[in-house]
Design a protein around this ligand. Structure first.
Ligand code: ADP
Ligand code: ZN
Ligand code: ZN
Length: 830
């Protein structure tokens, strides 16, 4: 921050403002306020300010208004004010500050992550005309001039718009046009949102009575196929019961084995009508469902949660898979709403928000909002503004981690479901925050409560619960008659020896899948690697093709017949010759999801198979589509990466296969065993949620590993007791806080030299708690060489040690020999 001189005695003119700029620059910047603007400038409004050399303008955010003139230099003027009321609340600004402080990043970086992009303008912002621009002609010469220019050329930067209008600061005009929907940001063009429509079939009003239906049953006696279609619809829609369901057109055709022509005929006769609705949204007039009555176990757990909240702001709920945690959350939501509070429901994956939103809207109505990064800019902006201006508009928000940044007014409860999930941590860019940990900070700012829920809680949260920092509640049985699945081990070494393998499948697993197929039940197969095979290898010398820009072996993708780098995304043509010895005998190594899918098609030709991994879910609705088909029973076997492990709730899954448990455990990471346990226990939890008994088969070579034993025994406590002493012995979390510094430079000797200087400087105070520098597992990415330094900071002396770290970083990187080396600071890396 700029050094300030206090105002002269007796003067308290608010003539200056401290501004957060949307840039990765540290600190706040002080600008002077022209007198005319003073009344309009309050914390949280956007102002237009120049920054740096040249004419560059930015929309900055006011943090503070005061009368203290900056000492070092002449303060430049604020040029204009963009908002009539704050765009960001005091709660939010305070939260940003806590976050920036914890993760050692700048407020500007937090601002960029927090605010929808449409609300952050700069000279370089690219503008285009919106489709409805023509309607916005107003007779205002400036606005019309800009719109006219955009009719002639595709896009203008804000800077160019200023030159065209002869204005130093074109932002207010541009902002008006953006608000009116006449202009769009250039980035918006690529995300024009078209919801995927789904077709449904319902009885016409005339046909929907019991009498009318019986009439049709008689009349259709001579058209048995149509009669069958009608009867299936009555069954599926439960239209004669008091719990009617909507019926999808595809689902009906499949279930009745009828053709589209027959359906059309019934529509023509006036029996059915077909209607469309965006996928994943319940009908607005869908009947509200009252709360279920909770089981005894659920009531006990709920009482534990409530009792926990009396004394502690955060409670951990350990509930086994399918124990009915979601129902419990809904009770707590209902209570919070009655108190007039807002609720935030966090999930680690965007896809899971779609599963939950239906359940929430069915109970709490259409005002339940969804927020995540796959919404378009405009949708995100609209939700932000609505929450700001109408505090009652969205009492419940479901979202992925970025939903933490929304403008809540009175946040009473945050639910963090699947709290152990590493996807809660943002990796790139800064702020590298952990949404679970920041949920606790956010709620504290509102005096609200946090419930962390999981079937496999993280070591950190269990530790906090056991040490009394968090409250604790437990659900140890599945809801209803469902029992936990039976988990079996399949020894791959032995199966290979006895020739009881077909490709990557043991006979035991194949057998279980065949039986499920025969009973029309479903299977989920988990494989940790996507693609066809992880690598090709030369049979003669062992050479493996690697990325030219990253030190990592390439993965073959059969669909596109190319080798791909999973770090930088580059694709290569498969080699025909070994680059080391010239041999042309290359073979494939290992296996990935794509390969599994292919093997399966040969082994079980009658099965309908789908694959769920990064490659098959690139499209906007791909994830929902695949899961939707699985949920409807149009797919028998779902093969996937970690995506299939996460919180999915399907009734008909009775077999789960984990194809290679060894891969999971062999990761050189302090959390490898914790993660392996969580992943296996979670994917196992997908089995037998309604039917019993579900079966889980874990294949592996090292099948008697103690961690697998704990998975088989469903023993979360055992896992905790095995792992905790190891963490303590090595001074790892929860006994310390880790900070990872990653240094990057094009030249290896430069990065190594700087890393050594930095590590030595840090050792002066931290001694042995500085590990490295070391090249990470993949030591070169996108042509940059990497070095990692890992710090174990003392939990109790954390503030002081972090300040020492900041100071040391500033000092070392102020040196011109080191400043070209880039450093990434990751606090609490996962
Ligand atoms: P979890 O979140 O623990 O995996 P869910 O809340 O999804 O579990 O519950 C599993 C299944 O049991 C769901 O289909 C849910 O609707 C059902 N269920 C849970 N509790 C009840 C209840 N009290 N009454 C009726 N159904 C319930
Ligand atoms: Zn070779
Ligand atoms: Zn690469």
């Amino acid at each position: 921050m700029d050094k300030l001189v206090p105002p002269p005695e007796g003067s308290s003119l608010p003539a200056f403002a401290d501004i957060i700029l949307p840039l990765a620059v540290p600190g706040l910047f002080t600008y002077a306020l022209p007198e005319a603007l003073v009344p309009r400038v309050v914390p949280g409004v956007r102002v237009v300010v120049p920054f740096g050399r040249g004419r560059k303008l930015y929309s900055g955010l006011v943090r503070r208004v005061h009368g203290e003139r900056p000492l070092a230099r002449e303060a430049r003027d604020v040029l204009d004010v963009l908002d009539t009321s704050p765009l960001v609340t005091e709660h939010q600004l305070a939260f940003w500050e806590r976050l920036a402080e914890h993760y050692l990043c700048t407020l500007g970086e937090v601002m960029l992550a927090a605010i929808p992009g449409m609300l952050v303008l700069s000279s370089g912002t690219r503008l285009v005309a919106a489709p409805q621009a023509a309607a916005a002609w107003t007779g205002d010469p400036r606005r019309d001039l800009l719109l006219e220019a955009l009719e002639r050329r595709e896009e203008l930067t804000l800077d160019e718009a200023g030159q065209l209008l002869g204005l130093r600061d074109p932002m207010p005009v541009v902002k008006q046009l953006l608000d009116a929907g006449a202009l769009m940001l250039a980035e918006e063009i690529h995300e024009r949102f078209t919801p995927r429509l789904e077709r449904y079939v319902r009885l016409t009003e005339a046909a929907a009575t019991e009498d009318a239906l019986h009439g049709w049953f008689d009349r259709l006696a001579r058209a048995p196929k149509q009669l069958h279609l009608l009867m299936r619809h009555v069954e599926l829609s439960r239209c004669l019961s008091d719990d009617p369901r909507e019926v999808k057109r595809d689902q009906l055709l499949r279930a009745s084995d009828a053709s589209a022509a027959e359906l059309t005929r019934l529509c023509e006769k006036g029996v059915f009508e077909v209607y469309e609705r965006p996928a994943g949204t319940p009908a607005d007039d869908a009947p509200r469902r009252a709360g279920v009555s909770l089981s005894e176990a659920q009531q006990t757990a709920l009482a534990q949660v409530r009792a926990g909240f009396v004394e502690k702001p955060t409670v951990l709920l350990h509930g086994v898979t399918a124990s009915g945690k979601t129902e419990l959350y809904m009770e707590l939501i209902a209570e919070a709403l009655e108190r007039g509070e807002q609720v935030l429901y966090l999930l680690p994956e965007i896809a899971l928000t779609t599963q939950v939103i239906g359940r929430l809207r069915a109970r709490f109505g259409p005002s339940v909002a969804v927020f995540h990064s796959r919404l378009s800019q405009r949708e995100r902006t609209e939700l932000w503004l609505r929450m700001l201006r109408e505090p009652q508009a969205h009492p419940v928000v479901v979202g992925a981690r970025s939903a933490l940044f929304l403008p809540f007014h009175r946040l009473g409860l945050v639910l963090v479901d699947e709290e152990h999930d590493p996807s809660y941590k943002q990796h790139d860019p800064a702020p590298r925050y952990h949404a679970r940990d920041m949920a606790v900070v956010l709620a504290a700012g509102h005096g609200g409560r946090v419930l962390l829920g999981s079937a496999t809680p993280s070591m950190e949260s269990l530790f906090n619960a056991r040490s009394g920092k968090y409250g604790f509640a437990q659900l140890t049985v599945r809801f209803g008659d469902a029992v936990l699945p039976l988990i079996e081990r399949v020894d791959l070494t032995e199966a290979r020896k006895r020739k009881r393998m077909q490709g990557n499948f043991s006979e035991t697993l194949l057998d279980a899948m065949r039986r499920a197929l025969a009973r029309k039940e479903q299977t989920i197969l988990f494989q940790n690697r996507r693609g066809y095979v992880p690598a090709w290898q030369c049979e003669t010398c062992g050479w493996i093709p690697e990325c030219e820009h990253c030190d990592v072996s390439l993965t073959y993708h059969k669909q596109d017949h190319d080798l791909r780098c999973h770090y930088c995304g580059r694709a290569y043509a498969p080699p025909t010759q070994c680059k080391a010895c010239g041999s042309n005998r290359l073979r494939m190594l290992g296996f990935g999801t794509e390969k599994i899918e292919e093997e399966l098609a040969l082994l079980l030709p009658e099965a309908r198979i789908a694959r769920l991994d990064q490659d098959t879910t690139r499209g906007k609705h791909a994830f929902e589509r695949i899961l939707g088909r699985f949920g409807e029973g149009a797919v028998d076997i779902l093969v996937g990466t970690q995506m299939v492990t996460k919180g999915l709730d399907f009734d008909q899954v009775t077999v789960v296969g984990i194809l290679n448990a060894d891969h999971l455990m062999r990761f050189p990471d302090l959390r490898a065993h914790e993660r392996a346990f969580q992943i296996m226990a979670q994917v196992a939890g997908r089995s037998g949620r309604k039917r019993d008994p579900g079966r889980v088969l874990i294949q592996g070579r090292d099948i008697h590993h103690p961690v697998i034993g704990l998975v088989v025994a469903h023993d979360v406590d055992g896992m905790y007791e095995r792992e905790l002493p190891l963490r303590q012995a090595h001074g790892y979390p929860p006994f310390s806080r880790l900070v990872r510094l990653t240094l990057k430079h094009r030249y290896e000797d430069r990065v190594q030299a700087t890393a050594q200087v930095l590590a030595a400087a840090l050792r002066e105070r931290l001694g042995e708690r500085v590990l490295g520098p070391e090249p990470p597992l993949v030591a070169r990415v996108r042509d940059k060489h990497l070095r990692d330094i890992l710090l174990k900071l003392d939990r109790l002396a954390y503030r002081g040690e972090k300040a020492f770290l900041s100071g040391t970083l500033d000092r070392v990187f102020a040196d011109p020999r080191h400043s070209p080396v880039q450093v990434v600071v990751d606090v609490d890396p996962v």
